[in-house]
Design a protein. Structure first.
Length: 507
């Protein structure tokens, strides 16, 4: 297990603060931002992509309108290491490989780079009038779907045949007389991990990501990649773990640490299984639990969660907000269902949008909103939440909009149209906006908290957390060698105090 930095990490798109990564670097070079972050998770619109704000990747070359090698070198000079995305499950239909399939059909060397639906399901169902196999119900009754209907995209080959390819996520097909294919395809096509060409691409991608200065790699949608007839085709076992092990072997060759990204309920214990296998994991529980604790004026649930993380030595990246919504599915099994429902109702009351899985209204998943807005746009609560985050187990990740106390952006949702609910928490700030917001006390105090967390010797991989509860107050105490740092957090008044001391060497 490689040692990893535990200091705060900024999280943003390359155009989130000023319009390009160059603008963000200029901000991070300011005195006010010096020694605040030692990491930066740049979302994948950094690369050539066409949908889903970066997660439909064409290839992993830099999108030069947003970022350059010089920008990355300046980040390195600031001592800021990168966390970047590697999307395991799919590539854009505009990728070189899928374009080759569209152009050459069955003659393409990449025809098996993606998953031919009919080849996969041969012998497990019957052919429909539209030319795709409909699997027998017994083989798909437990299958995990991200959208209504079978996850396929019908592709017209040059010889006139129509071939269905596996397409878990987004797709769109339009007639386009200007296209050599007669149609314009948009979508994220699932990769065939049994193809040697896919594994060659995986290795090249990891090396490309490492060349940009990445030390930590987020594995996006990895749990969808292994597929077998009759399985859920989400988090298949042992296929998922076999895939991770093979990716780990590639990452070890170039000194990369993997961070698998997966949402699952607390009761499924996937976070624990990932940890036992040696991986860091996301703390998708903290965002909702912290709101719950603040609104119920009790830190009991946070103490319980922190104790579990400590006892089981689970290494995490934690956060308040992020580019996605506030997770609520993850809390199932940790909080009672009726308490989760109350939390969802509170988040929606404060302007959040409920995200349900593939349209089923009885399945909660996440709520899209800014963290500041779901805290009632209360500066005290946001600062209290940030202070507690700094002292919870895990490496703190900071969504740029939270740092600037961003409010729900309803205009952005309207502009995005159907399916644009996530834009509520993705407002692009101009450089002048950042300059103005930096003068607000809620921003200055967050920067002070982050600078303390980044520089204090009491934190680190060998540090130990102890907690004491007295009424509405929780005392968090981190100890590493002779160094100590404590937080006294009052969940009744939302006041907090940070104390530091050096233990007596003779103690």
């Amino acid at each position: 297990m490689k040692n990893q930095s535990t200091g705060p990490m900024l999280n943003a798109y390359p155009d989130s603060m000023g319009g390009s990564l160059k603008d963000i670097v200029k901000i991070l070079e300011k005195d006010e931002f010096r020694n605040i972050f030692d990491g930066f998770y740049i979302l994948p619109s950094l690369f050539h992509s066409d949908l889903d704000r970066g997660f439909s990747i064409i290839d992993y070359e830099l999108e030069k309108t947003l970022a350059t090698e010089q920008d990355l070198e300046r980040l390195k000079a600031l001592g800021i290491a990168l966390k970047l995305d590697f999307v395991l499950n799919h590539k854009s239909v505009n990728s070189m490989e899928f374009k080759d399939v569209l152009e050459k059909g069955a003659a393409s060397e990449y025809k098996d780079f993606f998953i031919n639906w009919n080849t996969f399901w041969k012998g497990y169902g019957s052919l429909s009038a539209d030319g795709y196999i409909v699997p027998e119900q017994k083989y798909i009754k437990d299958m995990f779907f991200r959208k209504p209907g079978l996850p396929i995209l019908m592709v017209d080959f040059p010889d006139g045949t129509r071939v269905p390819y596996w397409n878990t996520f987004y797709q769109e097909v339009k007639d386009d007389p200007d296209s050599p294919f007669g149609k314009k395809y948009l979508g994220q096509m699932d990769l065939n991990i049994k193809s040697p060409l896919v594994w060659k691409d995986y290795e090249e991608t990891l090396r490309k990501i490492a060349s940009y200065g990445a030390k930590l790699v987020r594995l996006d949608a990895f749990a969808y990649a292994p597929k077998e007839p009759g399985e859920r085709n989400f988090l298949n076992e042992p296929g998922t773990w076999d895939l991770l092990e093979q990716i780990q072997e590639l990452a070890d060759q170039i000194d990369l640490t993997l961070l698998p990204e997966i949402h699952a309920s607390y009761g499924e214990k996937i976070y624990e299984k990932l940890s036992r296998k040696g991986y860091m994991t996301y703390d998708f529980f903290l965002p909702g639990l912290l709101i719950y604790a603040i609104e119920n004026r009790s830190g009991e649930c946070l103490v319980r969660w922190a104790e579990e993380l400590q006892q089981k030595q689970i290494r995490t990246v934690n956060m308040l907000g992020c580019h996605d919504g506030i997770p609520v599915l993850d809390l199932k099994g940790f909080l009672p269902d009726d308490e989760i429902q109350k939390l969802i109702e509170l988040l929606v009351k404060r302007g959040g949008y409920v995200k349900n899985l593939h349209g089923q209204k009885n399945i909660y998943y996440q709520v899209n909103a800014t963290y500041y807005s779901v805290l009632g746009e209360d500066d005290r609560k946001l600062l209290f939440a940030r202070a507690v985050q700094m002292f919870m187990p895990g490496r703190p990740q900071v969504w740029y909009l939270d740092l600037f106390a961003g409010k729900n952006d309803y205009d952005a949702v309207k502009r995005a149209g159907e399916g644009g609910h996530k834009e509520i928490n993705r407002t692009n700030l101009r450089t002048e906006d950042v300059e103005k917001l930096m003068n607000q006390e809620v921003v200055k105090e967050q920067l002070r908290l982050l600078k303390f967390r980044n520089s204090c010797e009491a934190f680190g991989e060998e540090a130990v957390l102890t907690m004491e509860t007295e009424g509405s107050k929780v005392k968090f105490l981190w100890t590493r060698g002779k160094y100590q740092a404590g937080l006294i957090a009052d969940f009744q008044s939302y006041k907090y105090e940070i104390v530091t001391e050096i233990e007596n060497d003779n103690r």
